[in-house]
Design a protein around this ligand. Structure first.
Ligand SMILES: Cc1cc2nc3c(=O)[nH]c(=O)nc-3n(C[C@H](O)[C@H](O)[C@H](O)COP(=O)(O)OP(=O)(O)OC[C@H]3O[C@@H](n4cnc5c(N)ncnc54)[C@H](O)[C@@H]3O)c2cc1C
Length: 596
């Protein structure tokens, strides 16, 4: 399936909504609008021209394991070489280790393109950036000097090794061991499952970040350490040296992302080094996981964009039946299906969820940049809280949205959507994993309520709600935007009440936390997108009032905002009602009565 990066919409979000040039100036990274646009155009050429054409074959061919070596699908090795040689791998890496220091606000567009072009291909590099962050923030100088430059350049790749057969969501159950050695290193033993890119032929070396227990470690999550365990131990000159005692025992056969190797990794007394403090592994891993969760959110967005593009092209070409109001194209044997209101409902639902999520991704990316790069510590702290609040929403909402948009894509294609050659069913299969890994979406919702809402008594969420309320206040007196702004303001008031109700209810009954979490996350996301659609409408209205030459583009933004507020936002009401249904009806049924 062809993939064409949505450059015009990306530029709208970057420059017209979030003023990327001023943002870059504040961060002091020397990027201006011309440079940003030039990089994204090149990124669009690379992802559309080199990566997207590999996607379908990678699904058909899959990966193979022979004598412990994983062979990736045809074309992946060459495309990855270009990824490294052309500097795409080092885009966000720290400059002191050879990275280009691009802000997330810009880079997230490239990453969305990669995910849309081929999720399987992106998976091999996706965790390297998180490994760089974790090592950069928590690693010793010795480890950084030996491993960071190669990871930043992409010539070595990174993995995240958490999951074990008995320890998935509950990492307190993990058993992999790390025995200290006289020279300060550790011998790591244990088996990890489901490791993305655990073994492959695309990079020279693979650096595993492994969660394990030291011999004297406390039980539970307080006794977990993070270790760097390379496939080849780095030599003093920075080249790959001795082969470490670890191997890929098997690769999984799975529903989707068939071009991505999902490996059982066996560590048989492999040499490793602790990253950060012993027994503080989970905190260090969270640095990597936060980045990975944001990236997985972008996976949902990228696939959704691809599904929308395919659906739109098909709906314009497929001729079936006449429009309800009479023939729209009498010269043809039938009208294209885009004339039918129900097909339009599907396309506009896809479009507004995708474009709305792109705005939220940029909003979150901006906070991530400010967290790391704002000159003032107080701003860094504020941005860190805001990003932490948003990450579970981005991860869970975008990936649920990706699956919905891909499923709508299958529906738009009718029976052809179910047939492999059209590519839509691949998108639906590929996107399904995003709702599961990096913490299932149920766990994201628990994180959102437990750590992010209840963790500070609702303070940060109130601040977010106040910011969005202000956007409504700014627009409500403009006649063209009055109705939209009023509608969003009502939802924000309702969101505040609902947050207070949840804080009170969870105080009375802890079961309420898990009973309302998914609905509250979804509710919050729909209202956030409504606020962002209002902002988009305001920018579009500004442009039209100033006589912009792109009337069609801005009118489409206004029409899309209107559709979202009338036809998608009402879903929030269903979530609110479900939340108010409470935990009682979930817990009343005795386990023995679930089936007779
Ligand atoms: C293709 C693929 C790639 C992966 N890549 C990696 C990787 O690179 N590195 C890595 O370490 N792992 C990886 N994983 C593992 C993935 O992160 C886990 O599968 C995921 O975290 C869920 O763990 P689990 O499968 O054991 O499910 P479980 O933890 O057994 O969960 C089963 C169900 O119970 C729910 N549940 C569990 N606990 C709770 C709770 N406390 N409250 C409410 N609901 C709960 C879950 O939400 C889920 O619906 C990958 C998995 C796959 C399939």
């Amino acid at each position: 399936m062809e993939y064409k990066a949505p450059l015009r919409d990306m530029r709208f979000v970057l420059h017209e909504l979030f003023d990327a040039s001023t943002h870059c100036e504040l961060l002091g990274n020397g990027l201006d609008r011309e440079l940003i646009d030039g990089v994204l155009e090149e990124a669009a050429r690379y992802t559309g021209g080199e990566i997207a054409p590999l996607n379908r074959n990678s699904d058909e061919e899959g990966v193979t394991l022979e004598n412990g070596e994983v062979r990736t699908p045809q074309g992946f090795v060459e495309a990855y070489r270009q990824y490294v040689d052309n500097g795409w791998a080092s885009m966000t890496g720290p400059t002191e280790y050879g990275g280009q220091g691009f802000p997330q606000l810009v880079a997230c567009n490239f990453h969305e393109m990669l995910m849309g072009a081929s999720l399987s291909f992106r998976i091999y590099s996706g965790l390297t950036e998180g490994a760089v962050l974790a090592l950069y923030k928590h690693g010793s100088d010795e480890l950084k000097n030996a491993y960071l430059e190669k990871l930043v350049s992409g010539s070595w790749s990174g993995t995240m090794c958490l999951t074990e057969p008995q320890a998935g969501t509950d990492l307190a159950l993990l058993r992999t061991k790390a025995e200290p050695q006289a020279d300060g290193s550790y011998k790591v033993s244990g088996s990890k499952i489901f490791i993305s890119g655990g073994e492959h032929d695309m990079s020279e070396n693979i650096v595993h970040l492994v969660l394990a227990r030291l011999p004297d470690a406390a039980a539970g999550v307080k006794g977990i350490s993070l270790l760097l365990v390379p496939k080849f131990i780095a030599k003093a000159d920075g080249t790959p040296g001795e082969r470490n005692a670890l191997s890929c025992g098997a690769i999984e056969h799975k529903m989707g992302i068939k071009g991505a190797a999902t490996c059982v990794m066996n560590f048989d007394g492999a040499t490793g080094w602790v990253v950060g403090e012993p027994n503080q592994g989970l905190a260090c891993m969270f640095t990597m996981m936060n980045d990975a969760r944001f990236q997985v959110g972008l996976q949902g967005l990228g696939i959704a964009e691809q599904a929308y593009q395919g659906s739109l092209a098909y709906a314009r070409e497929r001729l079936q039946s006449r429009g309800l109001a009479g023939a729209q194209h009498p010269d043809k044997v039938a009208d294209p299906i885009i004339v039918h209101p129900d097909v339009r409902r599907m396309l506009l639902t896809q479009k507004t969820l995708v474009e709305g999520s792109r705005m939220l991704a940029a909003y979150c990316a901006r906070q991530l940049d400010l967290e790391h790069g704002h000159p003032e510590p107080s701003y860094r702290k504020a941005a860190s809280k805001r990003a932490a609040l948003l990450i579970p929403i981005v991860k869970a909402f975008f990936t649920d949205m990706g699956q919905e948009v891909a499923s709508l894509g299958v529906q738009v294609y009718g029976g052809h959507g179910y047939i492999r050659e059209w590519g839509m069913e691949q998108l639906m299969r590929d996107s399904r994993i995003t709702q599961l890994y990096e913490g299932t979406n149920g766990i994201q919702a628990l994180d959102y309520i437990r750590r992010k809402l209840l963790g500070d008594g609702g303070t940060e969420l109130s601040a977010l709600q106040a910011d969005f309320s202000e956007i409504c206040d700014q627009q409500v007196d403009r006649p063209a935007l009055h109705d939209m702004a009023s509608k969003v303001q009502v939802r924000i008031g309702e969101w505040r009440e609902l947050s207070a109700e949840i804080i009170a209810a969870t105080g009375r009954d802890a079961q309420e936390i898990g009973a309302v979490s998914v609905d509250f996350l979804q509710y919050s996301a729909y209202v956030l997108l409504a606020g962002l659609w209002l902002q988009a409408a305001a920018r579009a209205q500004d442009a039209l009032e100033q006589g912009s030459g792109e009337e069609g583009f801005y009118q489409a933004k206004l029409a899309s905002a209107d559709f979202y507020l009338r036809r998608v936002l009402p879903r929030a009401s269903a979530h609110r009602e479900a939340i108010q249904g409470g935990a009682g009806c979930l817990m009343a049924l005795p386990e023995s009565d679930f089936a007779f």
